[in-house]
Design a binder for this molecule. Structure first.
Ligand code: 8OZ
Length: 369
């Protein structure tokens, strides 16, 4: 029987365990310029006992930014900053992928080049509030629908960012196709009402995600590319008329491409980073989608020690992705293995700030000392 603490082959990599650190937005990059710095390197290195670290969502371009102080991977200074992070993680014996991010309509003109309006598949304003560049919360502005002729440029931005990630010393990349950002906005019909070859049918709505996946696989090789998806996610005002058909198609396409892994957020965690709600009666991704993807399958979303051990033992997922518990427990794999008590996380320090709630959560050994 496979255990959460067994090694896992991921393409040509071997992960030392199946406890994966989720991509976690923390809004603590160096300012100005959204540049990773020494504090970020320390935070990630503290968590190097994960089988794999997936970096926080990282904008591929200035247009792709939607929150203050999230890091980028489009300037030489950002590449140099990320090199501090990857060196520190590798020195501590860890592995780290970069998550490639374009927020689409989940932005504000204060983040955009020349103060333009945010871009989207269609000019549909999401409900809810945006974080401006100076940390104010305001209602969303109406986005502008991208021209068909602009989409090749966005694919090229992803490819350049994937190359930058390679230059920065990452072990691979994850395409953020989840949680209501640009690629998910194209996938789901609540946000995509285009009438060109990127809208309408499922094949058309999946086109941009698949083009991006192919472009970054040209840089990295297919085995070093993962894709994160959130079927049923409602975070960022998302909806789709037929999520099973849509995500079955997407996973079959990704399976045929033999990418390194598919990373799915469980439907029970519909609100992603938004809050702690868990819908226990929701169907599981393994029941809905596992058969559509033949490769390594990562599952995220409100896991406890007990159900994480169980899904891997049952073979319903190859590895389990932990977010909030990895924020508050830098040594989470060891704690889960030895069934040690877990530090509680403090939601008030998730976004922005410095060391507090970031690099100051104690390791189990420290606490005992
Ligand atoms: C919480 C706050 C800001 C961004 C995601 C990148 O949900 C995020 C995010 C989460 O994928």
């Amino acid at each position: 029987m496979t255990s959460l603490f067994d090694t896992l082959k991921l393409g040509d990599l071997e992960l030392k365990n199946r406890v994966i650190m989720a991509p976690l937005t923390r809004m603590r990059s160096g300012q100005p310029g959204n540049i990773p710095h020494a504090l970020n390197a320390e935070y990630y290195a503290q968590r190097a006992s994960a089988g794999l670290i997936i970096s926080e969502a990282t904008q591929i371009s200035q247009q792709g930014q939607g929150y203050p102080a999230t890091p980028g991977i489009h300037s030489p200074e950002q590449v140099a900053g990320w090199k501090l992070v990857t060196d520190a993680v590798h020195k501590a014996g860890g592995k780290i992928f970069l998550q490639l991010w374009h927020v689409g309509r989940i932005s504000h003109s204060s983040h955009q080049p020349n103060g333009g309006v945010p871009v989207a598949p269609s000019a549909i304003t999401p409900s809810g509030m945006v974080f401006t560049a100076d940390w104010k919360q305001l209602p969303y502005e109406p986005p502008r629908a991208l021209e068909n002729s602009e989409l090749a440029g966005i694919v090229a931005d992803y490819k350049k960012a994937a190359q930058n990630a390679k230059d920065a010393g990452f072990d691979g990349v994850e395409v953020h196709g989840a949680n209501g950002y640009l690629l998910d906005q194209f996938l789901q019909d609540g946000s995509n009402q285009r009438s060109d070859n990127y809208g309408g049918s499922i094949e058309n709505r999946a086109r941009l995600l698949l083009e991006v996946t192919d472009a970054v696989a040209e840089v990295w090789g297919k085995g070093r590319v993962g894709v994160r998806l959130s079927p049923y996610g409602t975070f960022n005002d998302m909806s789709d008329g037929d999520p099973i058909a849509l995500f079955t198609y997407v996973l079959e396409q990704l399976s045929a491409r033999q990418i390194g892994y598919a990373h799915l957020i469980e439907p029970r965690s519909t609100s992603a980073g938004g809050n702690d709600a868990v819908l226990e009666e929701a169907p599981s991704t393994s029941a809905l989608f596992r058969k559509s993807f033949k490769g390594v399958f990562l599952s995220a979303g409100g896991y406890t020690r007990e159900n994480a051990l169980e899904v891997v033992e049952k073979g319903e997922a190859d590895a389990v992705v932990f977010g909030r518990l990895f924020i508050s427990n830098p040594d989470l794999p060891e704690r889960l293995k030895a069934n040690l008590p877990l530090n509680r996380y403090d939601r008030a320090t998730f976004y922005g700030g410095a060391e507090k709630g970031y690099t100051d959560y104690p390791f189990a050994a420290e606490k005992a000392a």
